[in-house]
Ligand binder design. Sequence first.
Ligand code: GLY
Ligand code: MN
Ligand code: MN
Length: 488
Amino acid sequence: MASSLSPAPVPMELHVLNREKLLKSIRQHLTDTSRPLNGFVFLQGGDEQTRYCTDHIELFRQESYFAYLFGVIEPGFYGAIDIATGKSILFAPRLPAEYTVWLGEVKPLSYFQEKYKVSMACYTDEIAGVLLDQYKGSGKPLLFLLHGLNTDSNNFSKPAEFEGMEKFETELSTLHPILTECRVLKSDLELALIQFANDISSEAHIEVMRKVRVGMKEYQLESMFLHHTYMYGGCRHCSYTCICATGENSAVLHYGHAAAPNDRTFKDGDMALLDMGAEYNFYASDITCSFPVNGKFTSDQSLIYNAVLEAHNAVIKAMKPGVNWVDMHKLAEKVILESLKKGSVLVGNVDDMMVERLGAVFMPHGLGHLLGIDTHDPGGYPKGTERPKEPGLKSLRTSRDLQQGMVITVEPGCYFIDALLVPAMENAHTSKFFNREVIDRFKDFGGVRIESDVIVTANGCENMTNVPRETSEIEAVMGGASWPLNKK
Ligand code: GLY
Ligand code: MN
Ligand code: MN
């Protein structure tokens, strides 16, 4: 199938607005803390990396905070925003003459100024001189540098460094929390890009569903997805490494990495769990579809699939501003446990199961995470909020209340993972809940995850992902029906 979509031109106003948003927030913060409204926000963009000691250059993708503010696709840049005047300045590397021969035209500074809609463009060897020249305050100008913890990776962002830095005062604590908070609520222009990433990725998931045949390799599904999103969406990057798990592999939450490279041949009766999302102009999508590779759900597959689908739908129905994400996680757990009880996988009182945190045995990951320029977008745990400590809840990438303009994934799952099931079945507090005979049937089942990307709106939410979700819809589409079904 070709595509009804085509990549739209990306308006650089998006990044102009992002800078204006930051400027407003940082000026407000400085006013609130009785500090002068001058100095510069100063960031260093990403650099190209080679593969170990070789001259093979890995495909460059801009650092996310820098991408947010400047939209620059080229490596080796710096960017400044003058807090007093609001002027934005990009610093481009001065490229050698031979660049033209090997890598193409050396662009003039005016090209970058125009393309990225900044007030000025200069060279990186001019940073100190230009900033000192622009500064109208007294004493050494203050640079607000980016330094702070990413609460998903536990890595710190790297503050900018440049020659002549000793001529400036530097400050590491202000910028990161403010800029991170700017990224949490998306503008309409940002939402349009996340929507396009969702549209092309949804279409690609459907294409894969239609082409799956028993006996294929998992990587063939990955390849079909990548082809569709690149061929028709111009998406050169994925938001993350594709997870194309079938059979037992679908219980490995982050399958698909170098040591588990989507290389299993799948067989009749297997479930597939495909977690794949394209990135468009830095903005991510993150979508999971689960389905039987032969196109027909068995009753056991329907039981687990519908348990997860009911949780997915219950959360989306409950989402609106003010709702707490930990409560949504617990809602998903409860719906799954109730379904497992209805299907006789579990026995006993579901509230008692919740007290024992049994949900975490079947869904050890968090319900979902903020999504934006990063798949796991930052801002999940701002200062003053704490990560829960209980099993399952501690995997949540945010514990925040929902706010209008957030984009968050809703990705409940139910997995049969021996490493979690066996201890829970032996545990004095939880062993009574398991129906061993039925659990045995699911020994090699793997798992199901259903993941959609959802915008929080003024009164509720809106699902940006558009793929078949009901078992009957999946069976129809896998059997060749068009999507949406009523478009036949
Ligand atoms: N694909 C990674 C995640 O769902 O968080
Ligand atoms: Mn996700
Ligand atoms: Mn995912």
